[in-house]
Design a protein around this ligand. Structure first.
Ligand code: ADP
Length: 264
């Protein structure tokens, strides 16, 4: 805590009071520190694909372009890296919009279970042979007030992570169950899991348990940070439970629209 004192004087230069300004320096320092880290992270994330691209382009310029076998492979790499940078910049733009609170959520009343069902169907159609899907969805109508595009983005991200981090396959379980005021959604996998002390950090910007693996899969490390912003903008919460080598469950809640009619 920092304190600033100023003496207040009247027109005869008599002291008639003083002003104390207390400011929480640790909080300011923390924000400043986070900002510095963020800028440094962004720079690193952009430098990696750029240096990769530079060396491949250099090789092509130095003659690899003439090799019918090598040239397409090298061009493929530069294309993948470009795609990753576009994804990264799009994710960053979305986060920055949300920081400025001008997300512009277009909320509507949605019956959650059929909405969730369609998203699961889309993944189930393209699922790998070694994966099974189980649905434990409420039979009740569960109405929520949501921006469908944004919640679709959250679900897409969490479900694709469950698939991405389950190299050996296994079962993915989808749940949507009502509490008294909130709907609780969970997506469980039997994949790699993660160490206990990392579970809360995966919602931080750029945090990855295994940097190399995430990169290899084309991740930006921002998906869950965006998911958290979206869920919090809907007045819900998001968290995870995980066991290394056993699997991960990601949970989130959304406020239910009360179905009780008000009597006059
Ligand atoms: P990424 O683009 O790296 O997947 P995310 O923000 O979506 O970024 O996730 C952050 C990190 O959390 C991932 O890099 C991974 O280490 C971890 N993670 C997320 N979901 C899972 C999961 N289902 N199983 C294991 N690890 C996960």
């Amino acid at each position: 805590l920092k304190a600033n004192f100023s003496v207040v004087q009247d027109e005869n230069n008599e002291m008639n009071g003083f002003i104390t300004v207390l400011s929480d320096v640790t909080e300011q320092e923390r924000i400043e520190q986070e900002r510095r880290e963020f800028v440094s992270n962004v720079s690193h994330e952009l430098r990696t694909p750029l240096t990769t691209m530079r060396s491949y382009i250099e090789a092509l310029t130095d003659g690899a372009w003439k090799d019918e076998e090598i040239a397409p492979r090298f061009l493929d790499v530069t294309q993948n890296e470009t795609d990753r940078m576009i994804r990264l910049v799009n994710d960053l733009l979305q986060l920055s919009k949300m920081d400025r609170k001008d997300t512009g959520l277009f909320k509507e009343k949605v019956d959650f279970v059929p909405f969730f069902g369609h998203i699961i169907d889309r993944f189930e159609m393209n699922r790998r042979e070694n994966m099974a899907f189980i649905r434990e969805l409420s039979k009740q109508d569960l109405y929520v007030w949501i921006d469908k595009d944004k919640i679709t983005q959250v679900l897409d991200n969490v479900i694709s992570n469950a698939i991405k981090y389950s190299p050996k396959g296994g079962t993915i379980t989808f749940k949507a169950l009502p509490g008294s005021k909130y709907l609780q959604v969970s997506i469980s996998d039997q994949g790699l899991g993660m160490p206990l002390d990392t579970v809360d950090k995966i919602f931080d910007r750029f945090y990855r348990v295994d940097k190399a693996r995430s990169r290899e899969m084309g991740g930006t490390g921002l998906g869950l940070a965006i998911a958290r912003e979206i869920i919090e903008a809907h007045h819900g919460q998001i968290w995870a439970k995980s066991q290394e080598g056993k699997g991960t469950t990601v949970f989130f809640t959304l406020p239910l629209i009360s179905q009780k009619r008000r009597r006059r």
